[in-house]
Each structure stands twice: as structure tokens, then as C-alpha cells.
Design a protein around this ligand. Structure first.
Ligand code: A2P
Length: 324
């Protein structure tokens, strides 16, 4: 079966359609897991400073690169401008250089503005909060000014591509109206229960590749919510009867069906697993094809249900650029 395993980006570069997600894995877990992911064959790794594991990932990458087991050109590494940097164009290069130092790399393949909203941090870099615990936002965010700095990073060779994450059509369009370098990628929550057809159609027409995060429903969000005192029932995507039936039909797992449905739409996907068996399983999605009827059946499950609504960051919804 001929299969597209890369997405062609609008700057002429290619991004592996399947990547390895690293959100909600401790430094200890991720040290073992990234090494396993590379062994299993993942070459696209997605991280961010707010995941607090770039240093551990950097140590693994450095070992693999210096041993000659892998070449830098074979890897596609994405990281992100954290929300505390997003109000300060003067901090953009500083933030990427810090990520590069932690990742022990000279450049990343893709640098994304992590969120369209911005928070204030204290001297230790921790989110500042009001007495009631809500996060203090910085409303002065200027995406156009930020994007100019992002473009400067490409000119300096610190990143090959630039993009955005969690942005709306209106916010992306504002950047596109004034930019010299078009955003190459939009990274968003995307799965059977949150399909955002207008946003996806817009990206298609604007030639912006889409990466799906939380494709399996990010179960760990439940504990983040609990820690923040947020009571919220979250769905289990692996237990949806339609997904189960299709999985049985193809002799594949529910996770494989959820991931296959995404890549078959030409959308990149970055499932996270710290378990080697499940990592292998998540990668093994290119030897079967969902029928048009099965795709349609899964399309019909859209419920506009957002799992990562940032309710665990109480207060950010007050930011004027809060996207949801
Ligand atoms: P684990 O790391 O123990 O494998 P998402 O990518 O949507 O954020 O989902 C990640 C969650 O899904 C993690 O809890 C991860 O647990 C779990 N997971 C990853 N791959 C699979 C799989 N193939 N089957 C079941 N659960 C999975």
C-alpha cells in the first residue's frame, strides 16, 4: 500500500506524519521512554519547556547523536515558546536558545508559539498568582510583534520552521496578513470528539499543516484537573463502541484506529506513551486502511468536546486572546 509518511510543509521541508509526544512524562520516565521511542523508530519528537523534560530529552538525544547511531538530519524536533515568553518579543530568542541548550541541539526543526495567551512569571520563572490561586495574565500580547521575532529565528538558523499552537482562525489570519514567513504548522487538540472542521478547512486553504495533540484523549488531564480542584468528567476514547467495532474489524487496537483515522486525513499525530509495547502499537498504523464508511462513522462522533481546555490553569481564560 502506498502510504504518505511525511507531510510536505509550505516552506519545502518535510515533517514525519507520526511523532512522539512527551507531555506529562517526568524526566525519569522520559529518559527511558525517548530512548525506547528512538529504538522503536520514532524520529519526530514533540516537546516544550512547560513539559519540564527538555533537559532529559537533550541527554538522550546527545547520547544517540554522539554515538553515531542517528544523524541530526534524520530527526524532526519540535519545541515551543512558553506562555511566559509570549508577551515579550525581546524574550523570544532567549527562550529558544534556552530550549536549544537544554536539548543540546544547534537548531530545532519546528518552533511553535505554545499558546496565544500570556501569563506573568516570578523571579523563579513560576506562574504568578492572585491570593485565590488564579493565574495572573499579561493582556499586552502582540502576536504580530512576536511573529517578527519568530521569523528572525529562522534567519539565524535556530529553527527550520515556525508555527503556532492553540490559535484560532482569526489569530492565525492576523499573523498571515503581515508576515514574511507563513506559519508552517498549527498544533491543536484533535480527536474523534473534537474535530474543529472550520479550523481544519482554513488550514488546508492556507497550506498550513496540522498536528493533532491528545489524539488518544490525554487521560493524564484528569489528574491535572484534580490537582487544580476542577471537577470534570472526561471521556475515554478507547472505550467508544464505534471505535471498538472498527478495531475488531481490522484486528487492530482501539488506539491504532484513533491514530489511523487522523493520519488518513493528512493530519500529523503525536501520541504519548511511556510504555514500549504501546509505543510500538502506536507506530504500527501504516499497514491497514479505514474504509470511507468507517471514516464517516468516526467523523459523525464529533461532539465539540475539548479535553485540554486549560481549566487546570485557572485564570488564563481572562486573557483577551484566550482561544476557547
Ligand atoms: P502510557 O504512557 O502509559 O502508554 P495522548 O497521546 O492523547 O496524550 O494520550 C496519552 C495517554 O494514552 C497516556 O495515558 C498513555 O499511557 C495512553 N496510551 C498511549 N498509547 C496507548 C495505547 N496504544 N493504548 C492505550 N493507551 C495508550
Amino acid at each position: 500500500m502506498s502510504e504518505q509518511k511525511y507531510l510536505n510543509l509550505n516552506n519545502g521541508l518535510q515533517m514525519p506524519i507520526l511523532g512522539y509526544g512527551t507531555w506529562m512524562a517526568s524526566e525519569e520516565e522520559i529518559t527511558v521512554a525517548v530512548s525506547d521511542a528512538l529504538k522503536v523508530g520514532y524520529r519526530h519528537i514533540d516537546t516544550a519547556p512547560v513539559y519540564l523534560n527538555e533537559k532529559a530529552i537533550g541527554n538522550v538525544l546527545s547520547k544517540w547523536l554522539s554515538s553515531g547511531k542517528i544523524k541530526r538530519s534524520e530527526l524532526f524536533i519540535t519545541t515551543k515558546l512558553p506562555p511566559p515568553g509570549a508577551d515579550r518579543p525581546d524574550l523570544v530568542e532567549f527562550m529558544l536558545r534556552k530550549s536549544l541548550a537544554d536539548l543540546q541541539l544547534d537548531y530545532v526543526d519546528l518552533y511553535l508559539i505554545h499558546t496565544p495567551f500570556t501569563v506573568v512569571v516570578d523571579e523563579k520563572g513560576e506562574f504568578k498568582r492572585y491570593e485565590d490561586g488564579t493565574i495572573i495574565v499579561d493582556p499586552s500580547t502582540d502576536h504580530v510583534a512576536l511573529w517578527k521575532e519568530m521569523e528572525g529565528l529562522v534567519a539565524k538558523g535556530l529553527t527550520k520552521s515556525i508555527g503556532i499552537s492553540n490559535f484560532t482562525v482569526k489569530q492565525i489570519e492576523r499573523i498571515r496578513q503581515s508576515c514574511n514567513i507563513q506559519p508552517a504548522v498549527l498544533q491543536i487538540e484533535y480527536h474523534i470528539y473534537l474535530q474543529q472542521p472550520q479550523l481544519i478547512d482554513y488550514c488546508k486553504s492556507a497550506n498550513i499543516a496540522v498536528t493533532a495533540y491528545s489524539p488518544l484523549g490525554s487521560k493524564g488531564v484528569g489528574s491535572l484537573n484534580k490537582m487544580a480542584g476542577v471537577e470534570r468528567e472526561l471521556p475515554d476514547l478507547l472505550e467508544v463502541p464505534e471505535v471498538k467495532a472498527i478495531a475488531q474489524n481490522h484486528n487492530k487496537s482501539e488506539a491504532q484506529v484513533l491514530l489511523r483515522w487522523i493520519v488518513q486525513k493528512g493530519i500529523s499525530v503525536i501520541p504519548k506513551s511511556t510504555n514500549t509495547k504501546r509505543m510500538r502499537e502506536n507506530k504500527d498504523i501504516f499497514d491497514f486502511k479505514l474504509s470511507a464508511a468507517e471514516i464517516e462513522q468516526l467523523n459523525n462522533l464529533d461532539a465539540n468536546l475539548r479535553i485540554v481546555n486549560f481549566s487546570f490553569f485557572k485564570g488564563v481564560e481572562k486573557h483577551p486572546e484566550f482561544p476557547f
